[in-house]
Write a protein of this length. Sequence first.
Length: 469
Amino acid sequence: MSRILPAGGVEFEFTVPVVVIGGGAAGMVAALAAHERGAGVLVLERDALPQGSTALSAGLIPAPGTRWQRAAGIEDSPQRFAADVIAKAKGEPDPAAVARVAQAVGPALEWLADRYGLPFSVVDNFSYPGHSARRMHGLPSRSGAELIDRLRGAVEAAGIDVLCEAHVTALYADGPLVRGVEITRPDGSLERVGCGALVLACNGYGGNRALVRHHVPELAEALYFGHPGNQGDALLWGEALGAATRHLSGHQGHGSVAHPAGILVTWATITEGGVQVNAEGRRFSNEAQGYSEQAAVVLRQPDGIAWTVFDERIAGIARQFEDFRQAEAMGAVLTADSPVELAGLMKIDPGILSATLAEVDRLKAAGGTDGFGRDFAGSALLAPPYRAVRVTGALFHTQGGLVVDDAARVLDARGAPLPNLYAAGGAACGVSGAKASGYLSGNGLLTAVALGRIAGTAAAGVMKEERSQ
Ligand SMILES: Cc1cc2nc3c(=O)[nH]c(=O)nc-3n(C[C@H](O)[C@H](O)[C@H](O)COP(=O)(O)OP(=O)(O)OC[C@H]3O[C@@H](n4cnc5c(N)ncnc54)[C@H](O)[C@@H]3O)c2cc1C
């Protein structure tokens, strides 16, 4: 469906200076930025209501040096954040690309707060793996649904047109110059809209099983937990137009999705001192490395299943997340006064689980590192009542994509920008490198918000330059 058609002779019903494909965080932020620069903007979204993976996320965005951090006494800087991103991905991402988003994201959040009333606050009561400062920012419910609802509200209040049930099925181009898009409506009818500049904000290819099998074979059969409409259209169009792509195997997995409830169980359950055991009641990994790489690790356990085990203190922290509250409401979070009772509820060997948890207690008390390399120093002992959730590993979204420059322009294989094509969010190559382990918490919305603003601003700028010539 993601075709490139010749533009010659095509009559567009109308032409809009900036067309944005995709109504997730990247698309909505790009639309706001382009509109502010005075451009006419049209957002095209295949669903009846714009939500995307953004709505499925926890809506947490890492940003350094913000006023919310300063108010909480948290020291941070774009350089420090960039160093964390690069360290997590073991030096794989382009330092310039990392610096670009690390510098842009803080001002972008403050802009969204000041101009559009998004009430961000910083998560200051727990740390995410790999972040050397507490820099995750979220809205009051800590949910992506609230993030996309508020962004959509801002777009609507600004008078920006959002066309829903508008599935872009082809681009019209003259060589690398995009002239317009073909929209397929639910009844199969086609519409053709011309564009001055095109922003690809239609995320990656997580929903396209064939592309996942090709690029991320270890998660080929994993549950896909992202938005099904993300079929890799940006990647396929970009490739057909001669765009450079990078790190296509990069992705965010997650090793703690409640199963079968299908609800994300926050990784705070681990970072605060919880552990994962398999169906035998034994630990099998250094869980603290990160939730992304843990997806494939959990899937290698019997039946692709693990149990995340923690306690009431940690549940109290996790409860700030809507997802966790839902998991509890659905009865997915077991509770028991002792490891033996917990094992009974989990239907696993009580002796093995008790021994596993006793060993974890011993390591914590001694401040030791286990055989998997997890350092338990400073970690509080688990105390009754204990909690456990049955989880599996899932693919959340892909991180590789189209290579962009400082203005979010899509680059060709020689590093030259395509004339009027921009990419943001999951459509663009992220900053996680080529492996799941390279994903630092928040890298997804980082490039959605930071690159979205850059892309929208630059796409509107192209139109201004053209008008003044
Ligand atoms: C469960 C879960 C939790 C997550 N938690 C976090 C988190 O806390 N922090 C974080 O940083 N990241 C998180 N992520 C990742 C984050 O959700 C994504 O990185 C981010 O939402 C990407 O934004 P986007 O705008 O690029 O894509 P999306 O929000 O997916 O939006 C893309 C939109 O494009 C539309 N579209 C696709 N193709 C077409 C087409 N051809 N025509 C028209 N429309 C089209 C789709 O319908 C969709 O609405 C999480 C992801 C998941 C799945």
